[in-house]
Design a protein around this ligand. Structure first.
Ligand code: ZN
Length: 238
């Protein structure tokens, strides 16, 4: 029962994060939610997470414009994160979800959000979790940061943005060495799997050079590695 309540609460938070992610750095930050196509203000029942998408069959009730499947997906993801990760980690994951939405739309990670994530990762890991913060965790975080920064440098910002390096630093600080390394390894596997299937299945002309936002893979990797208590580096090396 507790997980059901937590899941529903998570979807409500997710629907709020959707709005924040879409309006971040946007002049019209406040105000009621409206249809981006016809501008009709949404009714309260059209704001309910997941259900509203199903009731409206994925379309605006006023003009029939398609509503992106990303909204319910983000809501479900947030709900799942709420029931599968420890409470102390949730504030940082909420910021991660805003970053994920923003990166999907703009293909860039906002500096102010990722800096906030770095600071909160360190603070929550050290003072709120009962795990404590070890020197090896700091070393892991810096190693992940350096790894991404080198890819960024050598690909001249093409393969990876510098924002991904900062996000990697935050993940390392938040999850520590074991889960942090697993998250990054998983992110690359997920990214590769996505890239290959996109090239095979997409009707659009996607090539290796198509720009794919990487933050969603880092964040999914962080979640999965935490949820399943993964130790991929150990498995990979020994
Ligand atoms: Zn509309």
């Amino acid at each position: 029962m507790t997980s059901v309540i937590l899941f529903v609460f998570g979807t409500i938070v997710g629907s709020f994060l959707n709005v924040v992610g879409l309006r971040w750095n946007n002049k019209n930050f406040g105000g009621r939610s409206s249809c981006p196509k016809c501008g009709k203000t949404l009714q309260w029942f059209e704001l309910a997470p997941i259900l509203s998408f199903l009731i409206q069959k994925g379309k605006c009730r006023s003009c029939g414009a398609k509503i992106s499947w990303r909204y319910p997906l983000i809501e479900i993801l947030t709900g799942l994160i709420f029931i599968t990760t420890p409470l102390w980690i949730l504030p940082v994951f909420c910021i991660y979800i805003i970053i994920l939405i923003y990166d999907l739309h703009h293909k860039i990670i906002p500096d102010e959000l990722v800096y906030l994530a770095i600071i909160l990762s360190l603070v929550f890991r050290t003072f709120v979790s009962d795990l404590g913060f070890r020197i090896s965790d700091l070393a892991a975080a810096l190693l992940i940061f350096t790894f991404f920064a080198l890819i960024w440098l050598f690909s001249k910002g093409y393969a990876m943005g510098f924002g991904d390096a900062k996000l990697g630093l935050s993940v390392g600080l938040l999850l520590g060495a074991t889960h942090g390394f697993s998250a990054i390894l998983l992110a690359f596997w997920l990214g590769a799997a996505y890239g290959i299937s996109a090239m095979i299945f997409s009707r659009k002309n996607i090539t290796m050079k198509s720009e794919v936002p990487f933050a969603p893979f880092i964040i999914l990797g962080a979640w999965v590695s935490l949820m399943f208590d993964l130790d991929l580096l150990h498995v990979a090396l020994f």
